[in-house]
Design a protein around this ligand. Structure first.
Ligand code: SER
Length: 319
């Protein structure tokens, strides 16, 4: 099957880089970017772009028929911090969009779906160290609830209707091209921007809050690997634990200080601290490693190197 791909939520942090990567693999004409807004100008101008409202079934269906799409990456979602401010909106966006895509697959329009889950599916009662694939899951954020329920629906659509849906529980994703929005792990991106611009950062999480994180290139690789894997190798039909590194705000600051010795960090935890405290510190992703050979490449110091180098170059370009 030659993939004809639609990315929903292509303007976001992960969607924007995933789109470019998929275009380089499959050809720009086979990868359609879509989002509710035109605000990512670079993306809108770099290939086929359609305005699609993920919550509107007809809007998605028209686009699929227009381009004869057979593969969807559903990257639109409201993340954890924003979701706590708008619980009902988060529920509606995250669930409506998933149902539309799963139903289009059930009806035979779509052959393959990627839908991201998150470490947010875990909650305060989950074991925090090396969190297993199968364990207690009592998410306490709206975002986490939508992701956990979404996982159940993915598995259900696979079992009942044979839908080929593949999913990863992303940790916090660190990248320099497009800013994240509304997440609890966003501090690990902001800190690099502030390190370059101001040489100081006030963190909204406390010094020793350890969370699982990953560099964007690793996240994109995992996404493409699971979509390319043989159907039989993707044994978990809900969502795979996925992990790379875990660190605290203190440790990321120390990593930055190796490049910018005068960099300082201070701590002023806000409502996001409670969200972070409910999530795992580290994740056991051995099933992904065993089933479809997942392997991460970037350590914390590698990430720091990439972030500082690329953000500095970008800042110099815009001067
Ligand atoms: N990055 C997400 C968040 O912080 C977690 O999946 O909401």
């Amino acid at each position: 099957m030659t993939p004809k791909i639609l990315i929903i939520g292509a303007s976001g942090q992960i969607g924007s880089e995933l789109t470019q990567k998929l275009r380089s693999i499959h050809g720009a004409e086979n990868v359609i970017a879509s989002d509710i807004s035109y605000n990512n100008v670079e993306l809108v101008n770099s290939g086929i772009f359609e305005r699609v409202d993920a919550q509107d079934y007809t809007s998605v269906k028209i686009c699929i028929e227009k381009y004869q799409i057979n593969t969807i990456y559903l990257m639109a979602a409201m993340l954890s911090a924003t979701g706590e401010k708008f619980p009902r909106k988060a529920w509606d966006l995250n669930m409506d969009s998933l149902f539309h895509v799963l139903n289009l697959a059930k009806e035979g329009f779509i052959k393959k779906v990627f839908w991201p889950s998150s470490i947010a599916v875990f909650g305060p009662t989950t074991p925090k160290e090396n969190t297993p694939q199968y364990t207690i899951m009592e998410p306490s954020t709206v975002y986490g609830i939508t992701k956990q329920v979404g996982e159940r629906w993915c598995e259900y659509y696979h079992k009942q209707y044979g839908v080929d849906v593949r999913s990863l529980r992303y940790p916090g994703i660190i990248s320099w091209k497009t800013m994240p929005g509304g997440g609890t792990t966003d501090y690990a991106v902001e800190i690099y921007h502030k390190a370059i611009a101001e040489k100081k950062y006030e963190c909204f999480l406390s010094e020793e809050t350890e969370l699982p994180m990953m560099f964007m290139d690793d996240a994109i690789k995992a996404t493409i690997d699971i979509m390319d894997a043989k159907k039989d190798d993707v044994k978990i039909k809900s969502s795979y634990n996925l992990s790379a590194v875990s660190f605290t705000p203190r440790e990321i600051a120390e990593s930055i200080q190796k490049h910018i010795p005068e960099f300082t960090i201070s701590y002023n935890p806000d409502f996001r601290q409670k969200i972070a405290d409910s999530w795992p510190k580290s994740i056991d992703d051995s099933r992904a490693r065993d089933d479809w050979n997942w392997k991460h490449a970037f350590s914390l110091d590698d990430i720091t190197n990439e972030m500082l180098t690329n953000l500095k170059a970008k800042a110099e370009q815009t001067v």
